[in-house]
Write a protein that binds this ligand. Structure first.
Ligand SMILES: Nc1ncnc2c1ncn2[C@@H]1O[C@H](COP(=O)(O)OP(=O)(O)OP(=O)(O)O)[C@@H](O)[C@H]1O
Length: 519
């Protein structure tokens, strides 16, 4: 190093100073690099901990799972606490499933004798009739694990995800056999639908399900129970022998079943001894088990809101009407004139029902607005009617006519209202069926006429004429009864105006000319 402006004598001191300065600077850079490296290492370790934490966190891990779909969780539920005792009113279905329970209890013993059980059982029935409950009861009775999956879980936009979920489910189940796999809404995974942009991989999922079902032996002890409301929508391959080849129907309960279900759920709440579940059962034709459970629950809520200690028939009737017709519209102010018309209209229906031999017995009449109606009369069949006679059908038509006839007789033709339109719908529907479906018209004979639009103009006009005659005769019969019982009609309408709602006994008291006790 040669520095021009520095005297010769100072050259050495300058060199030494420069070298020392250089070495110090080197040491400083080294320190900075070391600390940078340390920081990087700490950050890296923190990152590793972070990723581990994310995977451990259940919420995030579920999210991770659903996005990849390759690791869906399949946790069995032990169902010992649900047994056939908990499922009411579906005796045939329970009997059919009994042998499946025996099989699950001891699969080997069953197959040693050469017995062959179906791998798949299809429970078919309307919503809320207890299909899921039955499947749980099968697992509970046999005390084996229960794997629940809903068909819609397998419906995936991404390739292979639905199929891989099915694979996981079966792998888990096979490892824990004997067990029950339950697939609810089977039609949403195994439906006949054509592949659409919304379900591009549906075929793949069905194929995986079929492969899994074919892939285990009958004595492995895995029973697959599928449930559907639409069996006709299922892919044919699914219902072939060796797959879902046993069908068990789970229908809506009949009157006995409904009584049993109501008793079962009533026993879980406090109810008055005067409650008669059979009366409620008779008035709830078509209700499913789930709807009956809801009815009892709503009655219990109503009793609590009203500050009662027990549920009585009043709350049960109230919740039945609420489910059937919508909530009461107490806030609606109906003027006196309309209230009077409604009272005479509803009493008209009730009088015809009371004095017509083949009409259903009356359960209740009310002028309390509910849903879209201003009042109604409810009738109770003694039993579920599987078949109806000609005179029962005519009686139903006559009861429907009673409302309009009452308006006409009391207020005059100029003051009839629009309130009878659904009554006429009902009467016309019955008359039409009598002529075109039930072979109950002499003129048109014992023949059915399904597509009336395609018939000759003469036949169409003959059908129309017959329907008109049936309706006219019905109107006249109703008129005759209301004229004959004008006094009872008036008494009943006045009682309704005073009390708003009358039950069967109270209606009878009024019609027998006795005085109602003040409530
Ligand atoms: N037959 C029955 N006996 C007792 N309770 C019933 C019955 N049917 C339904 N329930 C009640 O209704 C609830 C719902 O029924 P469940 O889920 O089993 O019906 P589902 O037929 O599987 O309906 P979905 O087709 O809508 O899946 C049950 O958990 C049970 O509380």
């Amino acid at each position: 190093m040669k520095t021009k402006n520095i005297p010769e004598a100072h050259q050495d001191a300058f060199k030494t100073g420069f070298a020392e300065g250089f070495l110090k600077a080197q040491a400083l850079t080294q320190k900075t690099n070391d600390s940078l490296r340390r920081t990087r290492l700490i950050l890296f370790v923190l990152l590793l901990f972070g990723i581990y934490g994310l995977l451990k966190n259940p919420f995030l891990s579920v999210r991770f799972r659903t996005t990849t779909g390759l690791d869906s969780a399949v946790d069995p539920v032990q169902m010992k606490n649900v047994t056939f005792e908990h499922v009411k009113g579906v005796e045939e279905a329970k009997q059919e499933l009994q042998e499946v329970v025996e099989f699950l209890k001891n699969p080997q013993k069953f197959t040693v004798l050469g017995g062959k059980l179906p791998k798949g059982i299809l429970l078919v029935g309307p919503p809320g009739t207890g299909k899921t409950l039955l499947a749980r009861a099968v697992a509970g009775e046999a005390d084996v694990p229960f794997y629940y999956a809903s068909g819609s879980e397998f419906d995936e936009m991404f390739v292979g995800v639905g199929a891989s979920r099915i694979r996981n489910l079966f792998r888990e189940a096979k490892a824990n056999a004997p067990c029950v796999i339950f697939i609810d809404e089977l039609d949403s995974v195994g439906g006949k639908r054509i592949e659409s942009p919304m379900h591009p991989y549906s075929r793949q999922t069905i194929n995986q399900l079929l492969a899994e079902m074919d892939g285990f032996k009958p004595n492995e002890g895995v029973i697959i129970i599928g449930a559907t409301n639409f069996p006709e929508a299922l892919d044919n391959a699914l219902i072939r022998p060796g797959r879902f080849d046993m069908q068990v129907t789970v229908p809506r309960p009949d009157v006995r079943g409904r009584t049993e279900i109501l008793k079962w759920y009533l026993n879980k709440i406090k109810f008055d001894q005067s409650v008669d579940p059979e009366i409620i059962a008779r008035g709830t034709v078509g209700f499913s088990g789930a709807e009956l459970e809801n009815l009892v629950n709503q009655a219990a809520l109503k009793a609590a809101v009203d500050g009662k200690e027990m549920v009585t028939m009043k709350e049960l009737e109230f919740s039945k009407d609420k489910i059937l017709m919508g909530p009461e519209r107490r806030s609606v102010e109906i003027d006196n004139k309309n209230k009077t018309i409604t009272a005479y209209h509803e009493s008209g229906h009730a009088i015809i029902a009371y004095y017509t031999k083949d009409a259903m017995p009356i359960n209740k009449a009310t002028i309390m607005p509910r849903g879209p109606t201003l009042g109604h009369v409810s009738l109770l069949p003694e039993n579920d009617r599987w078949n109806e006679t000609r005179s029962q059908l005519l009686a139903q038509m006559d009861v429907s006519m009673g409302g309009r006839v009452a308006e006409e007789l009391i207020f005059g033709t100029d003051h009839i209202t629009t309130g009878a339109s659904s009554d006429f719908d009902n009467a016309t529907k019955i008359a039409k069926w009598m002529v075109t479906k039930f072979g109950m018209s002499e003129k048109l004979g014992v023949m059915t006429y399904s597509d009336t639009g395609k018939l000759s103009p003469e036949t169409q006009s003959a059908i129309e004429q017959e329907i008109r005659i049936l309706l006219k005769d019905s109107y006249e019969r109703a008129k005759h009864i209301l004229k004959t019982h004008a006094k009872e009609h008036k008494n009943l309408a006045e009682a309704l105006l005073t009390y708003e709602t009358l039950d069967a006994k109270e209606i009878q008291i009024v019609l027998e000319g006795k005085k109602l006790e003040l409530r």
